[in-house]
Design a protein around this ligand. Structure first.
Ligand SMILES: NC(=O)c1ccc[n+]([C@@H]2O[C@H](COP(=O)([O-])OP(=O)(O)OC[C@H]3O[C@@H](n4cnc5c(N)ncnc54)[C@H](OP(=O)(O)O)[C@@H]3O)[C@@H](O)[C@H]2O)c1
Length: 479
């Protein structure tokens, strides 16, 4: 029998769709699942693609079915199961074989797995896959971390199954070891911020302006034709237009306002904090999901504190709907600028040399944050490879200057009305702080020196590092 080009373990939602995609693009694939019944069900659903799929029921049979050096995708529940699966595989693999973890791994686990396999002759790839079920089946965005040599072995298959934007595959090698999973984590952090900002604008339209879901959906559908054109805006319009089959009212009005999360948003914020890079809009979005989960506390607080609102009034500007559109656009720039800044720092810390234009390029299609906006980011980072931040590239500085007044008006009006807009407001504060040549940390430094003798640098460069207040609080209190 002809050897398979690649193997895949884990025929859950993501794994089975990815396997069908791989087979559909003309690649022969061997598959294995811990529970054999899932393999049978998968083969029964594969239709004519079954000809290119080799179902296997033991590790030895699975490994033998793949052409060496064998690339094996593991697409199972993230965490310990992946380590167990690696152990189970190791006995049957040979030097040069490549284990690819395609789940949503914490990149620190990926770093540990690289270490674990060092000296075994086996190679590891940490691969971020975005696009959910639909992406896996018809074209995901694929972010690869590992050696360049291992990437070369899998490149033909991965580029054949990836989404395409203007004919270019949305799959790329991004750097060594944890690079792919790190970039996927930041992708998800940006996704959290993007979704939260959209939800905040929806909140203004619903609670500040009394618009129905259908009317709001029509506004989003219109925005999807312009600068905000993106998958998330498109599905927001579709979601808002949908009717609940049970009651006939808007579906979105029947859904409990408690959002879930699985961890990647939180990881992106933790890593940003670890590196000292401000990712305030992403942090606000993650915190907003946590706050949403406190439903009963919020209901109780509404009774204690009241939930009265003032009218949402926008004055000046290009008109309500245009102002909201520009505000969302400006805030979105903030979320992406922060995400890319976090990746730039991680690239330095972990020695990945992350290619920023390539990252933006492979996010243009296939993934959840796909948009035409990412094409602008690709161009900006290509033209300005050494830019300290996306917002200071000429194209984005121009866009931001145009949209920032709207963000300011919308956040101010929302605050006055009592409508929470934490992600929009965080983006605004980020811009205002980032462009403030002289900030207020001089006072923080003075306070730190006052109570802890931490010292400060002077503007005039003189070699004097303490204030006239004594070396500490105790000192001061004794005087
Ligand atoms: N769902 C999405 O939209 C999405 C998007 C991007 C990435 N991901 C990531 O992709 C991965 C797979 O996600 P999923 O939603 O398809 O499925 P999942 O529910 O996370 O995992 C199901 C698969 O994992 C296998 N599995 C669980 N524990 C195992 C163990 N100890 N040893 C071996 N196999 C084990 C299951 O095998 P059995 O049939 O034997 O139980 C099944 O094949 C996850 O890391 C997920 O975070 C998901």
């Amino acid at each position: 029998m002809q050897a398979a080009e690649i193997g895949l373990i884990g025929l859950g939602v993501m794994g089975s769709n990815l396997a069908l995609n791989i087979a559909e693009k003309g690649n022969r694939i061997a598959v294995f699942n811990r529970t054999p019944a899932a393999t049978d069900a998968f083969m029964a659903s594969a239709g004519e693609l079954a000809d290119r799929i080799v179902p296997c029921y033991s590790m030895a049979e699975f490994v033998a079915a793949i052409r060496p050096p064998r690339p094996i995708i593991i697409m199972i529940k993230a965490g310990d199961p992946v380590d167990q699966q690696i152990t189970a595989l190791q006995a049957d693999l040979s030097a040069g074989d490549i284990i690819i973890d395609a789940g949503n791994a914490n990149f620190r686990d990926t770093l540990a797995r690289f270490k674990r396999l060092e000296g075994t002759g086996l190679t590891f790839i940490g691969m971020g896959v975005s696009g959910g079920e639909e992406g896996a089946r018809h074209g995901p965005s694929i972010m690869v971390g590992g050696t360049e040599e291992s990437w070369k072995r899998v490149e033909p298959v991965l580029t054949s199954i990836a989404a395409r934007y203007d004919g270019e595959p949305c799959a790329a090698w991004l750097g060594n070891d944890g690079a792919g999973h790190f970039v996927k984590t930041i992708h998800n952090g940006i996704e959290y911020a993007d979704m939260q900002m959209i939800a905040e604008i929806y909140g203004i339209l619903r609670d500040g302006l009394g618009k129905s879901a259908a009317d709001t959906g029509a506004i989003f559908a219109n925005w999807n034709k312009g600068r905000l054109n993106s998958y998330l805006i498109e599905i927001t319009a579709a979601v808002l237009a949908a009717k609940d089959p049970v009651t006939g009212t808007a579906m979105v009005d029947m859904i409990l306002d408690k959002a879930g999360q699985k961890g990647t948003g939180k990881w992106s914020v933790i890593e940003a904090q670890q590196m000292g890079i401000p990712a305030t809009a992403i942090e606000a979005a993650v915190a907003a999901r946590s706050l949403s989960a406190l439903k009963s506390e919020r209901e109780a607080a509404a009774k204690v504190l009241g939930d009265e609102r003032q009218p949402f009034v926008l004055t000046g500007g290009p008109g309500l709907v245009d102002d909201l559109e520009l505000a969302l656009f400006a805030a979105k720039i903030g979320a992406y600028a922060q995400g890319f800044a976090v990746m730039a720092e991680a690239s330095r810390e972990f020695g990945w040399n992350l290619p920023m234009p390539t990252i933006a390029r492979i996010w243009r299609a296939g993934c959840i944050i796909r948009s035409q906006f990412l094409d602008e980011i690709t161009k900006a980072f290509t033209a300005n490879p050494d830019a300290a931040n996306l917002v200071v590239t000429p194209a984005f500085a121009t866009m931001l200057k145009q949209a920032l007044p709207s963000l300011r008006r919308v956040v101010a009006a929302a605050f006055t009305a009592g409508l929470p807009v934490p992600a929009l407001a965080s983006a605004l504060a980020y811009f205002d702080a980032y462009r403030q040549a002289r900030g207020t940390a001089n006072l923080i430094q003075a306070q730190r020196d006052f109570f802890g003798a931490h010292g400060f640098d002077r503007l005039d460069g003189k070699d004097l590092h303490h204030g006239p207040w004594g070396s500490g609080l105790a000192d001061f209190a004794n005087k």
